[in-house]
Design a protein around this ligand. Structure first.
Ligand code: HEC
Length: 129
């Protein structure tokens, strides 16, 4: 290895200095997060606009039995290892009789944010039943 390449490699591998976040930034990010969680809360409690008016909270009050901490895991309904959003779509298509949402749909992200916020603190146990 030429000396210049060695120096370049060394520079690239130096530990990246963690930026210290300013309080204002931290507050703004927390605020943005809260807005998304609140949006998910509304969607979860009847805000999805599905015709049959069935809502998530009827079967999962306070996000009970949603177990976000166990994903990804094998889901019998889907016949394969799936992510949380895919199981949410199973409920949107079946009990709610509505069209599934894409993974990056803002509503899908909000539903997951709400569910995970409600179940915060649960130990990560991917694959668990
Ligand atoms: C009529 C009742 C009902 C409604 C309404 C319903 N679900 Fe479900 N949900 C179920 C059942 C039944 C399962 C399957 C349980 C299993 O086998 O894990 C399930 C599973 C789930 C799971 C995976 C749970 C796990 O343990 O892995 C999530 C997440 C979930 N639902 C979210 C939602 C969301 C979000 C909505 C609203 C869009 C919703 N559900 C609406 C009955 C319902």
């Amino acid at each position: 290895m030429r000396a210049s390449s060695a120096v370049l490699l060394l520079v690239l591998c130096l530990p990246v200095q963690a930026e210290e976040f300013r309080q204002a930034e931290l507050e703004r990010w927390q605020q943005e997060y809260r807005v998304v969680v609140d949006k998910g809360d509304k969607l979860f409690h009847g805000g999805l606009g599905n015709e049959n008016t069935v809502s998530c909270d009827q079967c999962h009050p306070n996000a009970a039995n949603t177990h976000p901490e166990t994903y990804p895991k094998f889901q019998q309904q889907l016949g394969r290892v799936a992510e949380l959003w895919e199981m949410i779509n199973w409920c949107i298509e079946n009990p709610l009789e509505s069209a599934p949402l894409s993974a990056d749909d803002a509503r899908m992200i909000a539903l997951q944010a709400y569910i995970k916020q409600e179940r915060r603190g649960a130990e990560l146990t991917p694959g668990k039943h």
